[in-house]
Design a protein around this ligand. Structure first.
Ligand code: BGC
Length: 711
């Protein structure tokens, strides 16, 4: 449809028909055609059946057959031939499940992450999904919060890179094209910083922290062209973001020029009553609509109150028109007026779901997301004829897919046991998946050359409303490790989980540790490949791993205090634990080793329009071909607001053969030196800086340079 045709359509709609477009309901309303009895969230939502059946969009009703039935019923009954949009939470794949987003970010490989999102889009669109509620780009630095698994971790720069990769992977150049879906970035804004790590809690972010650290990833998604933005459950500056005109109208629409659809989070409009911001649905609808929320997800606030608000003159019909127009535009961009069924196709479902190509991408992503944290005495990789016992609760488990794998078939996940068994060349191994630590098992452990333990946090312990006050592994898992340790010290531990956990004791008792996160459908195959050396680890942590829960929140991007930690009294730290993480952001080993030469600069002064080049020679000094993520950090030594001690500003992945070396170059531009100052101006300040090039945020391989704005 042309824009004019779309405008004509809008002008033909009655007020009620317009308001219908602003309601999103659960697919559950369509489960049975006759005699529907509402229960659970549908009943709680307060949305009446008759309103629901006129809604403009549906959440989480998927599979080509079901979606087609709903759409064809709708097209027969709706008055102006406006198709429904089907939206869903396709967070880490549809049927082929990819590693959790926090794990994907450890790949530092945006092109592979983009390929993963394309896989998700292809499968989801065949099943009728037209919009995914992804990526979640909430910055996180407190792993008590259960949703850290959905984010790209603690660093703003990496979060921006991953946000762009995911949006482009879902949408491609044009989301109307076959196999593409529109992307909805969430949760706007600041949802990743709930106090105490408790889900839905207040977020206390200073204006500079919000603007400089938290907002850029949403902006990166908007700049990458995402079609929708979702609000969040938290308070920001003491108001629920769903009512924040500053965020939605001023920042998103005015400053960022976002013209797409803004949708509430599930029930977040009605929840403003519970928050104590509004007395009833009418006030809640008014607050959200006034702030700029177009679609009410899952409550009756808009459907019950917008008409009254227009009649009373509190909201102008022209404002409703603008919101509805954005929804119609989205439908048009998806090509739904020409084809309401878009890619829904049972045959395509069969061909695409879990196909070899998709599995291979999921496997590659899993391989790149594993982080090797320790490898004492090069105990890894295992040799295929070595007498190794593999054991632990995750050995024979298909619980390898993270929360939000809503559409996965659990039995299609390859367990580690299956991965090892199907790896033909592995000969001398024993798999012990039992829970019981009996005499026979003891004997096997004692006589094995090496023991590989698969332990961690079950997937049900992370995700939405899965905040934890403890970050320990289950007791039985740790007990198994301790028992094994008494008999055999050649331990390799593979840790699963959706968040950085407390692994200090585990690390001390293990010769090697691999952080495997929740690796998805191909996790078992990928692990067998990596443990036996057919793949070499390259993942780097997207989120620091703490020594203990009391360190939360934790981030490498700390600010210098007046009393930096130095181990003495009255310095910034704890009396009972070091202030540093156990493993820092950006850290991760390989089976091979890389040496870093000094940082060499092409000049010592950066000025407007005149960047300098920083170079470093990286050499593979080990015995395996391997990939390294070379990281660039910058510190602004003195400024009118205190700057973080180090900030990631770039990275490059390089693959080198043993003995090979490569000169990695980064351009240091004025843009990289800018920050928000006291007057909220984004600019660089004259003075001294350090550039660091290294293998993690711990690097001290640095060089001094200057910025001069007059040169
Ligand atoms: C979550 C969102 C999700 C929505 C719809 C909410 O509870 O916070 O991330 O997209 O539900 O399922």
């Amino acid at each position: 449809m042309t824009n004019n045709e779309l405008r004509d359509l809008l002008s033909e709609l009655s007020l009620q028909e317009k308001i219908d477009q602003l309601l999103q309901i659960s697919g559950a309303y369509y489960y049975n055609d006759q005699n529907v009895i509402l229960t659970g969230p549908c009943e709680d939502s307060g949305v009446k059946i008759e309103d629901a059946r006129r809604a403009g969009s549906i959440i989480n009703a998927t599979s080509a057959g079901f979606a087609k039935t709903i759409q064809s019923t709708h097209m027969k009954t709706c008055s102006k031939n406006i198709p429904l949009i089907f939206m869903a939470d396709v967070i880490n794949g549809y049927k082929t499940i990819l590693p959790a987003p926090i794990a994907q970010a450890c790949s530092f490989d945006p092109s592979l992450v983009e390929a993963g999102a394309s896989v998700a889009a292809a499968e989801a669109s065949a099943a009728g999904v037209m919009v995914t509620f992804s990526p979640m780009v909430d910055l996180v630095n407190d792993s008590r919060w259960g949703r850290v698994m959905e984010s790209a971790g603690e660093d703003p720069y990496l979060s921006c890179v991953m946000a762009k990769a995911m949006v482009e992977g879902y949408q491609g150049e044009d989301c109307s094209k076959p196999g593409r879906i529109a992307s909805c970035v969430k949760h706007f804004a600041g949802y990743g910083a709930p106090m105490g790590g408790r889900d839905y809690d207040n977020c206390e972010l200073s204006p500079l922290t919000l603007i400089e650290d938290y907002l850029p990833a949403y902006k990166a998604a908007v700049d990458a062209g995402c079609e929708l933005v979702m609000t969040s459950y938290n308070l920001l500056n003491r108001v629920p973001t769903t009512s924040s005109r500053e965020l939605i109208k001023d920042t998103l629409r005015e400053s960022w020029d976002f013209n797409g659809v803004v949708i509430s989070d599930w029930a977040s409009i009605a929840e403003m009553i519970t928050h104590g911001l509004c007395t009833d649905e009418r006030e809640a609808a008014f607050a959200a609509f006034r702030a700029g929320v177009d679609i009410d997800m899952g409550t009756s606030c808009y459907s019950n109150s917008l008409a009254q608000l227009v009649e009373s003159g509190e909201i102008k019909e022209a404002e409703i028109d603008s919101a509805v127009f954005r929804v119609l535009e989205l439908k048009n961009k998806l090509g739904l007026f020409e084809n309401p069924y878009k890619d829904m196709d049972e045959v395509a479902e069969q061909n695409l779901f879990l196909c070899d190509k998709h599995r291979q991408i999921a496997r590659n992503l899993a391989l790149e997301s594993f982080v090797l944290l320790k490898n004492e005495g090069a105990i890894l990789p295992l040799k295929k004829d070595q007498k190794v016992i593999h054991t632990g609760p995750f050995l024979d488990s298909q619980d390898l897919c993270s929360s939000w794998s809503l559409f996965a078939q659990k039995d299609s996940t390859v367990s580690v046991k299956q991965g090892i068994e199907s790896h033909k060349e592995i000969s001398e191994y024993m798999l012990y998946a039992g829970e019981e630590f009996n005499d026979e098992f003891y004997n096997c452990v004692a006589s094995a050359e090496k023991v590989v333990l698969y332990i961690g946090e079950p997937s049900s312990m992370s995700g939405e409303s899965r905040s934890r006050a403890n970050l320990t592994l289950p007791d039985s898992h740790m007990q198994l490790l301790r028992n094994v340790y008494k008999l055999n010290k050649e331990i390799i531990t593979v840790v699963f989980g959706g968040r950085p956990l407390e692994i200090q004791e585990l690390t001390e008792k293990s010769k090697a540790v691999i952080y495997a996160w929740l690796p998805g459908t191909e996790g078992g195959n990928a692990l067998a490949e990596m443990l036996y050396g057919d793949a070499v680890p390259s993942g780097k942590l997207s989120m620091s791993i703490p020594r203990c829960v009391g360190q939360m929140p934790l981030s490498y991007r700390r600010f210098s205090t007046g009393r930096p930690y130095n181990g003495s009294d009255y310095c910034n730290g704890y009396i009972d634990v070091l202030p540093t993480p156990l493993f820092s952001f950006g850290y991760g080993l390989s089976y091979t080793e890389f040496s870093y030469g000094p940082v060499l600069l092409s000049g010592y002064t950066v000025s407007p329009g005149l960047p300098i080049t920083a170079q470093c020679i990286i050499k593979n000094t080990g015995f395996f071909r391997g990939t390294e993520t070379v990281q660039l950090y910058i510190r602004d030594c003195v400024a009118l607001v205190v700057r973080p001690i180090k900030e990631l500003k770039g990275f490059k992945r390089i693959t080198l053969d043993p003995g090979e070396e490569f000169t990695v170059s980064f351009s240091i531009t004025e843009e990289m030196l800018k920050f928000y100052n006291r007057d909220y101006e984004f600019k660089a300040e004259k003075g001294e800086f350090f550039v660091f090039i290294g293998d993690s945020s711990d690097t001290e391989n640095k060089q001094l340079f200057y910025y001069d704005d007059n040169k």
